[in-house]
Design a binder for this molecule. Structure first.
Ligand code: FNR
Length: 385
């Protein structure tokens, strides 16, 4: 299938499926347990219809917005997703180049298969980057990662807070998900420091210092005793801890309630991302779009509120903004783009979303993103959720 034939993200997804091996396809696409949340993230967007305004002179449309003091071409950025080289050898570097060409920001996973320096070098100056952070039981490893990101020129830390333990993703167990031996997690110096393995796995690998971790149980695998992350992470001490080790903006990724939004404000975080990890953590939690309004109300304009999960069309971006989000992020779409056609596939994906969003703005009668409001939506009843 040539690029010309892929005319929507749904078609891109279908085309990408043919290019990936079973382990990668299921690792990227699956959610946890019964995948109720995974499905509901998408379905939630169909519970809203648009209320367009007409005769608004839409001959000139400005889709741009601001993030970290810089203009982004439209309110859609690239969410951190682990191990992009499973999709294509260019991996996170390919994604970064595509994002730089499209003028949108990038969140880079702690568990990326390209080094953070290589990723930032692709778009330095043109676009901004956030480093996603898991806080490990060995805090020093996380601290080293954050300090390295600060030196590399990242703008923000995205502290992922929905993952004290990994969600149950059945495919990963069944497929014995592993990072293939030719790929490495290049943001870590010492595999002995990295809790990529369960304790048992670490011992099996003999604390092989000096080399980045190679094959082993994947980060997202269900590890029998695998307490990868520090489950003691808490509001009382840990935002302050992060603040004490970095000057970067601190964003919390994985908020779904007004209560936690208020705590984020109280603890001085710079922004939040309404996220359920793409339906990969606790199954049965609310869709992110349904969680958004209460979080926006609680934030009351004091900090930016972003969202990810289930965004597949330009109209989805519009709906999230109408419900008060300042910006949207996509996790799987760039991976599909990469699997389909490397950097060009990611560029295609971003172009499709940009054009759909711009058309939606025009046909709904909005000249700028600031004009997108709750009045542009109506909530409808639909079955099947
Ligand atoms: C993710 N996500 C994720 N989040 C995070 O904070 N750190 C990570 O390493 C990863 N890794 C990861 C791998 C894969 C394969 C996927 C699909 C997702 C979650 C990601 O940042 C984002 O929250 C969701 O992907 C958003 O949902 P959509 O856009 O995929 O529907």
């Amino acid at each position: 299938m040539s690029n010309l034939e892929v005319l929507s993200i749904a078609e891109l997804e279908a085309a990408a499926m043919e290019k990936m091996d079973k382990m990668t396809r299921e690792y990227y696409n699956s959610g946890s347990d019964r995948e109720i949340t995974l499905r509901d993230n998408l379905a939630a967007f169909d519970r809203y219809r648009l209320r367009p305004r007409v005769l608004k002179d839409v001959s000139r449309i400005d889709t741009s917005t601001q993030l970290w003091g810089k203009k982004i071409s439209f309110p859609l950025c690239i969410a951190p997703a682990a191990m992009a080289k499973l999709a294509h050898p260019s991996g996170e570097v390919g994604i970064s180049r595509a994002a730089a060409n499209a003028g949108v920001a990038v969140g880079l996973s702690s568990f990326s298969t390209s080094s953070m320096e290589d990723v930032v070098a692709q778009g330095a100056g043109a676009i901004d980057y956030a480093i996603q952070l898991y806080v490990f039981q060995n805090r020093k490893t996380s601290e080293v990662l954050v300090r390295r990101a600060e030196r590399a020129g990242f703008k923000a830390v995205f502290l992922t807070v929905d993952t004290p333990y990994l969600g149950r993703r059945i495919n990963e167990v069944r497929n014995r998900f592993k990072l293939p031996p030719h790929l490495q997690l290049l943001n870590f110096e010492n595999p002995g420091d990295v809790a990529v393995y369960s304790e048992n796995e670490t011992k099996a690998h003999g604390g092989d210092k000096g080399k980045p971790p190679a094959a082993g149980a994947g980060v997202d695998s269900i590890l029998p005793q695998g307490n990868v992350n520090d489950a003691s992470l808490n509001w009382e001490t840990d935002i302050q801890w992060l603040r004490s080790i970095t000057k970067l903006e601190i964003w919390v990724k994985g908020i779904l309630t007004a209560e936690d939004t208020l705590l984020a404000v109280q603890h001085g975080v710079d922004g939040i991302i309404i996220s359920n990890h793409g339906g990969r953590q606790l199954d049965g939690v609310t869709s992110t779009l349904d969680a958004l309004p209460e979080c926006v109300a609680a934030a009351a304009g004091r900090i930016p509120v972003h969202i990810d999960g289930g965004i597949r069309r330009g109209t989805d971006i519009f709906k999230a903004l109408a419900l008060g989000a300042d910006c949207c992020w996509v996790g799987r779409i760039p991976l599909w783009g990469l699997a389909y056609d490397g950097q060009a596939g990611v560029e295609l994906a971003l172009k499709l979303l940009y054009e759909e969003f711009k058309l939606c703005m025009s046909l709904a009668g909005c000249k700028s993103v600031k004009e997108i409001s709750r009045d542009h939506l109506i909530r409808v009843k639909t079955d099947g959720t």
